[in-house]
Design a protein. Structure first.
Length: 88
């Protein structure tokens, strides 16, 4: 049984691709969060800051999408310096 194939991204409801940044999410949200997690302050909601983020609307408002990422439990990764495979 491949339960993950039915998993939904908690941010946009797209098909999830496992856990990214601590949260069950799709590749799109994963890439989005990686790109935008550290520029939170430069994003602005064009509406009233309460956009409903779905598969269709996720591209309309980066601010609310990012907020939803954080609200869902996504965690900003610091620059990884102590990756365990670096052992040479
Ligand atoms: Zn998503
Ligand atoms: Zn918004």
């Amino acid at each position: 049984m491949d339960t993950l194939s039915h998993a939904k991204c908690v941010i946009c409801n797209d098909r999830a691709k496992g856990y990214n940044f601590n949260v069950l999410s799709c590749v799109s949200c994963k890439a989005f969060f990686r790109r935008n997690a550290f520029r939170e302050d430069s994003l602005l909601c064009p509406f009233v800051g309460k956009c409903n983020i779905t598969l269709l609307t996720r591209k309309f408002c980066q601010k609310c999408r990012l907020n939803k990422c954080f609200a869902s439990g996504m965690i900003k990764e610091k620059q990884k310096q102590n990756k365990d495979h670096i052992n040479t």
